[in-house]
Design a protein around this ligand. Structure first.
Ligand SMILES: NC(=O)c1ccc[n+]([C@@H]2O[C@H](COP(=O)([O-])OP(=O)(O)OC[C@H]3O[C@@H](n4cnc5c(N)ncnc54)[C@H](OP(=O)(O)O)[C@@H]3O)[C@@H](O)[C@H]2O)c1
Length: 277
């Protein structure tokens, strides 16, 4: 049995769907089982980081989001170990080995979680993805209502990685041996600017979208509906670093899963409903 935290998240949901399709028993540890809309075949259990004893009965592998355990991550991992869990796959971030300031809040959050996992006594695999293709959902409200997209750093370049490619690597790390102690840096196959991503979404929709750059000082929470407001300054700092610096591109998705990482154009074609009025 594999336990998946954050099963309603971009990566977590893709992983649950994969495990169910593969016929593997999966327990989805979600904050709200009533609203989770998980696939039939997944066992939905309320995530109670303050009372983790019952969560892991029969579980051998755990997929962990940094946010799911929060401050209670050490207790959650201890409960997992006590119940017989052997391996944990942590969704971390490329910020860890990007050379970013270790005091950057996003760095601190992931480095702390990695330390808790290393200290847990479980075997582990860290997934350190770069920018997610799903970050493009930040433009969805604007694209649903018009052809102009206001955003920061038109020329900021990333190599967006498909959420299901991250899930595919997680699946292999949970089900196969050989990933113990590995930190997998995951990216998409090609670098695109933010303006190019918006153009690609427009093509997938059959529309001509235009990116209009907004100075970062004028960027408020309205442009980043998916970002907790307290995290916005740190995020803007990270986005500034994507201008003029080519992103790392790895072939780890291909190496681990046997299938090449999907390009952003494919992601855009698969997610048109999110951008349609
Ligand atoms: N976006 C990027 O470019 C990027 C790059 C590298 C790393 N990351 C990391 O990847 C993770 C985001 O992945 P994602 O896009 O798949 O996540 P997501 O869609 O935001 O989902 C996260 C899930 O975690 C669960 N959760 C439990 N406690 C939570 C809490 N206190 N706050 C928020 N969610 C909580 C929720 O599931 P339930 O409600 O079902 O419990 C939620 O659906 C973050 O840790 C982020 O730092 C992101």
């Amino acid at each position: 049995m594999i336990a998946v935290t954050g099963p309603t998240g971009n990566v977590g949901r893709a992983l649950v769907e994969r495990l169910v399709a593969a016929g593997r028993p999966v327990r989805a540890l979600t904050r709200d089982p009533q609203r989770a809309r998980l696939p039939a075949g997944a066992e939905a259990v309320r995530l109670r980081p303050d009372d983790p004893a019952a969560l892991f009965r029969g579980v051998t592998g755990l997929f962990l989001y940094v946010q799911a355990g929060g401050d209670r991550t050490p207790a959650l991992l201890a409960a997992a170990r006590a119940a017989g869990v052997r391996h944990v796959v942590l969704l971390s971030s490329s910020i860890i080995d990007s050379g970013a300031d270790p005091a950057h809040p996003i760095h601190v959050m992931h480095a702390t979680a990695e330390r808790h996992v290393r200290d847990s006594g479980l075997t582990w695999t860290f997934l350190r993805p770069g920018a997610f293709a799903t970050n493009a959902f930040q433009w969805a409200p604007q694209i649903r209502s018009g052809d102009t997209v206001r955003g920061v750093y038109a020329e900021g370049r990333t190599a967006p990685v498909h959420e299901d490619d991250i899930a595919a690597v997680a699946e292999r790390a949970l089900l196969d041996g050989g990933h113990e102690g590995a930190a997998h840096r995951l990216t998409g196959p090609a670098a695109l600017s933010n303006a190019e991503q918006v153009t690609a979404i427009g093509r997938a929709l059959g529309r001509d979208l235009r990116f209009v750059e907004v100075p970062p000082a004028e960027a408020g929470p309205d442009l980043f509906p998916h970002v907790p407001p307290g995290m916005l300054p740190a995020l803007l700092e990270s986005l500034a670093a994507t201008v003029g610096t080519p992103p790392e591109i790895t072939d780890t998705v291909h190496t681990v899963t046997g299938s090449p990482a999907r390009p952003f154009t494919t992601w855009a074609q698969e997610h048109t409903t999110a951008f349609q009025p």
